[in-house]
Write a protein that binds this ligand. Sequence first.
Ligand code: SF4
Length: 531
Amino acid sequence: WLGETPWPRDRLIEALHVVNDRCGRLPAPHLVALAAWMKLSMAEVFEVASFYHHFEVVREDADGRLPAAPALTVRVCDGIACEMAGARDLLARLPAVLGADVRVVAAPCIGRCDTAPAALVHRHPVPHADVDAVQAAVQSGRREERVTPAVGFDAYRASGGYMLWRDLVEGRRSAESVIDVLDTAGLRGLGGAGFPSGRKWRIVRDMPAPRHLAVNLDEGEPGTFKDRWILEQDPHRMLEGLLIAAHVVGIEAAWLYLRDEYPGLRTMLAAELDALRAWAPHPLPTLDLRRGAGAYVCGEESAMIESIEGKRGLPRLRPPFVAEVGLFGRPTLAHNGETLYWVRELVEQGPEVFAAQGRHGRQGLRRFSVSGRVNKPGVHLAPAGITLRELVDQFAGGMPPGHTLYGYLPGGASGGILPARLADLPLDFDTLQPHGAFIGSAAVIVLSQHDRAVDVARNAMRFFRDESCGQCTPCRAGTAKALALMQGPRWDAPLLAELGQVMRDASICGLGQAAPNAFDSVLQHFPDELA
Ligand code: SF4
């Protein structure tokens, strides 16, 4: 299955995928053989195999037999938007309808909140899933997803694509001028952290070579699906941004880390990368497309780097920062896909065009993933600083009949929950913080009077408990304890406040630090639900 020559250590997760795809799970004897073949200890292989949700390690029984693999697995997303749209009811009803041969399981957010509730029949997505739609998908025999980008390689080239990269490589444009454009436009990292992009490029460029580039396409924040949209629309725009960044910063090797929940995008992106390699008139950096394995924490940049190295996705302590010591110990430029997607447009149109956009004193444009109680869920390009009310009314088609605004999540599960009375705040990096909320990757979930903030908060905390990597106690124990404290009709507010403080102060990464936003929001903005 894996060829003659043992794969290097960093390809362990790729090797596990090969076995998992063949067997539908990871039989323990295969892991023993894999460890011997890759010259790794069994502990190294088992710890990685058991870390990721998409791997299921199975052992032989006393008679040496492996349990039978299910013929088919249907995954129903139980993320916030899907739960609001009826995922629990679907999960309860499907097993009886589909029969014993089909395994029905709940899955954490699969990045399809705009078509909630969403399900996967093996790897075939079912949007707006109800019992009939899932049953029809099972009977149809469709098991894979096919994605054809709206703008493929030829169309992108025909629109002047990759000319900017060629101008740089062939000396018609200076690297410094590109960084100046990013600075003038005020482009910030759009994965959630919001670090100024131009400054980040300079920092990594000033580090000793060799330098690496890691593109984070692991959007796992419940409510976020903009990277999927970008890749479905125009993948080469992001890839040209990657090539430009690599040239300007002096990078010879790049990794693209794509979440495993997007199998159709993976096949598509591999083909588009081949088309790019076949055409390229100048040497490209090595471009290595890596497959996640179902771990939300790997969206955190240092955890992503650990995962690309073939290890468990355990976030690293900082300093040192990945810009100094990143992939394989080298200085690394880590970027969200959307940030790179903006580069060509900013340079071609001029930073002033971008900077001239924005509302309420803010600058630029942002892509919002909008889901929940709106008529037009989807990815909406809107001015930075737009308010929730404006975003819903002017971009997302307003709210459905019978629904009035009750609250909203401005930044997915980790960004807190705000009430309708705060719907006129500019949605931007720093404006929501005084109210205990964050925009993060701009994943906006809209709630109506038919929703309850406590249900949303419990859903979020359950997600964090399940996704905690477990390496630090405040997060591992804190998320579980918080979820237990959030079960009853009345919450112990002083105890939760104390717990939240410890989690914020002592968790290593953003997962544990942001998890308390869920219960803090309810206590601060929705106390009536606990009365
Ligand atoms: Fe892992 Fe949670 Fe600690 Fe982050 S905060 S390193 S997810 S245990």
